[in-house]
Structure formats: C-alpha cells, structure tokens
Write a protein that binds this ligand. Structure first.
Ligand code: FAD
Length: 381
C-alpha cells in the first residue's frame, strides 16, 4: 500500500480538508458520509441522482449475510457492518435491514455450508443446521434437503437506502456535481471546469478503469423477478436462500411482492454502457426451475421484471481498497458481494483518503496483491 501524503486537517488556522468522491453508488455515498464525520468538506460526482443510474447499487433486494465459509476475516467485517447498518437505521430514521435470516441450501457433503455453520458457531454467532423437516416447519411450503441458517442474514433495499442517503447527504452539506470528465490525485474536472482537492476518492464501479488500472473483470449478471404476491403474508417471513454449488440464489422482497432470482457465478464479460440488459430465455427457465424446486407453488408465477446488472469481479473475489502510487484512493472490485459491507467500506475509504488512523489492516485488499495478477474473476464465495 502506498504511503500517505501530508494532508491539511481541520483545526485552528487550517481550512477544512476538501475531498472529492467520484462515483455515487453505495460505496461513494457511504464514503462521503464518513468523510463528513471526519470533518471533511465533500464534493460527490455522479451524472445520476444516487441510486438511479446504470450502476450496481440500484434496484431491489441485496442479500445481507455473515456466513463466509471458514473466512473469519470477512465474517468479522460482515458482523461489524451489521452493527453499522443498525446505526444507519437510527440516523436515517427508518428500517434498512430486513431480518429474514439467510438459508444456505446444502448439497450432500457440502463443505462450504458445514464450514460456515462451524465457523459462525465458533465465533459465537447464531447459525443453525436444520433438517428438511425442520426447514418445512419454520417456513411451511419450502422444500429443501438439509440447510444452514445464518440468523443474522436478511435483505437490504438499495433504492430505499440510496434515496435516504441522498436526502441526508444533501442536508449535511455535500456538494453534488455531475459526471467527472477527468481526475487526478488533487483535481476533478467536470463540464464547469477543474476543481482542486486535497484528496480524491474513486468509487466508480464498472467505470473505474477509465482512470485507474485495476485488475477486475466486469461481468453480466441476469436477474428475473417473479411475482410472488400469491404467497400472501408468507412472503414476509421467507428467508433469502442460495445454493452455493449451482450459484443460484433468491431474494424475497415483500414490499413489492416479488422474489428476485439470479446466479452468483460470474456471467459473460460485458459493460453497463450500451448493454441491452436483455435476459435469455434459457436463464429465465433455469431461474424458474430453481425457484419452483424450493417453492413449488410458484412454478407458474408471472415474471414481473427482467434486468441485467454488472459485477466488478476480482480474481480472488476480495475488494480493492487502496491508494494508487500517485495518491488516488480507490474502492473497487466488489465482486457481487459488496453491498452488505458498504457502511464499513465507506469508513475505511474515508480514513484512507484523509490519512486518519485506519480501523483495520487493508493489506488483503491491496491494489497490487499477487492474487489479482493474470487471473479471471473466480466463482462465487
Ligand atoms: C445483480 C447484482 C446483485 C448483487 N447482489 C448483492 C447482494 O445480494 N449482496 C451484496 O452484498 N452485494 C450484492 N451485489 C454487489 C453490490 O451491489 C455492489 O458491490 C455495489 O453496489 C457496488 O457499489 P459501487 O458504489 O462500487 O458501484 P456502483 O453502484 O456501480 O456505482 C458507481 C457509480 O459511478 C458512477 N460513475 C460512472 N462514471 C462516472 C463519472 N465519469 N463521473 C462520476 N460518476 C461516475 C456511476 O453512475 C455509478 O453511480 C450485487 C451486485 C449486482 C450487480
């Protein structure tokens, strides 16, 4: 990781540290919020209002879970993020994390599920291994073999969160600007000209490589939203569920009466710009089959929406949280599982950007780590 340049700090006789954040998805929004907390003056660049553009932080339903196999580092980060989401609920004055639980459907001899359960239990976290009968008792009508339940799991709603953050950031005095046309460690240029900053943070998702050479692959992820309103009240209590081996997962969103089905394994390489966002009939059929296997009463459910979203995947599926040689702070490569960590990532990037003491070692997330060299993005974690 690169060393910190001396930055002016707020204090007697010193002006406020001015920081630009380029990219207003969830990571940019949370970074801006934590920069404010650290006393910076913040300018946030994005051509679209928060949560409305072609980026990855739009749409309904993101799964929150703390199970990560035997990876205690990510589990600890997810637990920390859980606490931070609860703080954000207080701050924004509304519920953000629907506590439905997360069901990990087990294949016979499933090592990941077993390690997840064992590690969570060893860390003192609530996880259960349920037989098929116990699952059906807790969620009537749900069919599966054995399953592991991550009791901290649940659902986050990007559009609700980003909308609330937009209002909050505006009230806190963040300056909103449009598309960045150029940037460097100490400036950002838009149609109104270049502005100088003490520090620049790049959280531009799939657009990151326009400015910084990061080792990540942008992949096309198909999504099908089934109308599940026929389940009535049962939908409210359904957990998020996923099958690690096939990569399929489903996120019930009771608010709009739907269940979103997608596949976590990286899809074909693509880019949000210019994509027709069309879902193939083959994917739709596979998504329906996954849903109907576990919720047979939805076998003939109508499709309410089809969409394509883009992962920015790294070879080891870990994020990139670092500064470039010349000092641009970069948050990228969230590999389809970043949303749940956003409040923590925002803090970490804000600390990096202004040289505040970091609350955790970021070596694992270095830009130039060996694991990123020459490998395509890996299968789901
Ligand atoms: C289909 C799908 C499902 C997912 N499911 C989950 C899940 O269940 N759980 C989970 O934890 N995570 C999930 N994720 C991952 C999570 O959504 C992403 O990690 C997260 O949204 C990434 O946020 P971001 O802010 O880095 O990027 P983005 O949200 O893409 O934001 C980047 C922003 O940069 C802006 N930008 C681009 N160019 C410029 C420019 N020149 N100037 C200014 N701004 C610019 C864009 O407009 C955009 O708003 C999923 C992702 C996808 C795609």
């Amino acid at each position: 990781m690169t060393g910190m340049k001396g930055l002016p700090r707020r204090g007697k006789g010193l002006r406020q540290t001015r920081v630009a954040v380029v990219g207003g998805g969830i990571m940019g929004a949370m970074t801006a919020a934590h920069l404010l907390e650290l006393g910076a003056e913040v300018t946030l660049y994005d051509p679209h209002a928060l949560g409305t553009g072609p980026g990855a932080s739009v749409d309904s339903g993101r799964s929150f879970r703390v199970h990560y196999g035997a990876d205690r580092g990510l589990i600890a980060m997810a637990v920390r993020s859980h606490g931070l989401w609860k703080q954000w609920e207080q701050r924004l004055g509304r519920p953000l994390l629907g506590a439905t639980g997360k069901l990990l459907l087990e294949a016979p001899g499933d090592r990941h599920a077993f390690e997840s359960w064992q590690t969570l239990r060893n860390m003192g976290l609530r996880a259960d291994r349920l037989s098929a009968g116990a699952v059906a008792q807790e969620w009537p009508g749900f069919l599966t073999g054995a399953a592991t339940v991550d009791r901290m799991g649940g659902v986050l709603e990007p559009h609700i969160i980003l909308d609330a953050l937009r209002v909050w950031l505006t009230n806190q005095g963040v300056h909103f600007r449009g598309e960045a046309l150029d940037l460097g460690p100490f400036h950002v240029e838009d149609v109104q000209g270049a502005r100088r900053f003490d520090s620049v943070v790049l959280t531009a998702g799939a657009w990151t490589r326009r400015w910084v050479d990061v080792e990540m692959e942008v992949t096309r992820q198909e999504l099908v939203y089934f109308d599940a309103s026929s389940l009535g009240d049962k939908l409210k209590h359904l957990p998020v569920f996923s099958h690690m081996e096939s990569g399929f997962y489903a996120i019930p969103t009771a608010r709009d009466g739907r269940i979103k089905v997608a596949n976590h394994h990286p899809g074909k390489v693509g880019h949000p710009d210019g994509d027709d966002r069309k879902v193939s009939p083959a994917f739709e059929a596979a998504a329906r089959k996954f849903l109907a296997t576990h919720l047979p009463e939805l076998e003939g459910a109508d499709v309410a929406r089809r969409y394509v979203c883009f992962y920015s995947g790294t070879a080891d599926r870990d994020f990139i949280l670092d500064r470039t040689e010349d000092g641009i702070t970069v948050g990228a490569g969230f590999s389809g599982h970043g949303f749940k960590f956003a409040p923590l990532i925002g803090r970490l990037l804000a600390q990096l950007a202004i040289g505040a003491p970091g609350e955790m070692d970021l070596e694992r997330f270095a830009l130039n780590r060996a694991a990123l060299k020459g490998e395509p993005t890996r299968l789901a974690v």
